[in-house]
Design a protein around this ligand. Structure first.
Ligand SMILES: N[C@@H](CCC(=O)N[C@@H](CS)C(=O)NCC(=O)O)C(=O)O
Length: 218
């Protein structure tokens, strides 16, 4: 059987989600680094893999998947076993709620504040930091009475939300006052197979164009 292939952008939180989950599941894979500054994600060959020209993309045999949430669900279903693939309607729904939250509203303000800081992406840093802090307040309240975001155990919800919360300081948003969030981040870091977050090194920043502006997918 051929190795799975991850088309990857090291600095990206969405790509990191997949690297983290592949490692938690102990799945070997080949990493194909893509330089978005050089627009390697907008070539005809790449657009055949992902019509919007974004990362991450995962190839499993002849099956091509894109969008980090979609890839997480696929990996959990195919390789994750019962722990990562809740059978009960209630657990599946609770997990899905956080997958949706990980891609919307104030949560994405954390990622956008980071993009403004790291890549100079246009945006209102103060407004994004306010939205990001509002989201962290909400997560802090949620985690005061529980260990994991959705279930009694780590689930896709935690994997999907972890990166941009943990990386909030890259966007100038301190995590210092969110004690329950910090305890949860520590629990994530102690999971067997955990891999380190992307570092904002000059090399990693130089290989990233930052997010595409709305309406300019190509
Ligand atoms: N919702 C998508 C977002 C994908 C996305 O925005 N990827 C960024 C990296 S985090 C990217 O490819 N940016 C380069 C571009 O859009 O040209 C996912 O979760 O996969």
């Amino acid at each position: 059987m051929s190795l799975m292939k991850l088309y990857d952008l090291e600095i990206s939180g969405n790509c990191y989600k997949i690297r983290l989950f592949l490692s938690l599941l102990e799945l070997p894979y080949e990493c194909v680094p893509i330089d978005t500054k050089a627009r390697e994600n907008k070539t005809e060959a790449f657009l055949r893999l992902h019509p919007l020209g974004q990362l991450p993309v995962l190839e499993d045999g002849d099956h091509v998947l894109w969008d980090s949430t979609s890839i997480l669900v696929y990996l959990a279903r195919k390789y994750g076993g019962a722990a990562w693939n809740p059978e009960s309607p209630r657990e599946a729904a609770d997990d899905a709620r956080w997958l949706a939250i990980s891609q919307q509203g104030d949560m994405t303000a954390l990622a956008r504040a980071r993009a403004v800081h790291l890549f100079g992406t246009p945006g209102d840093p103060a407004g994004l930091q306010r939205s990001g802090a509002r989201f962290l307040e909400f997560v802090e309240g949620h985690l005061r009475s529980r260990s994991w975001l959705a279930l009694e155990r780590p689930s896709l919800a935690d994997v999907a939300c972890y990166p941009y919360i943990a990386l909030a300081p890259d966007g100038g948003i301190s995590l210092a006052k969110y004690e329950a969030v910090q305890a949860w981040l520590e629990r994530m870091r102690r999971l067997p197979g955990y891999v380190a977050l992307p570092e904002p090194t000059p090399e990693n920043i130089a290989r990233s164009s930052g997010p595409t502006a709305p309406g300019r997918a190509r």
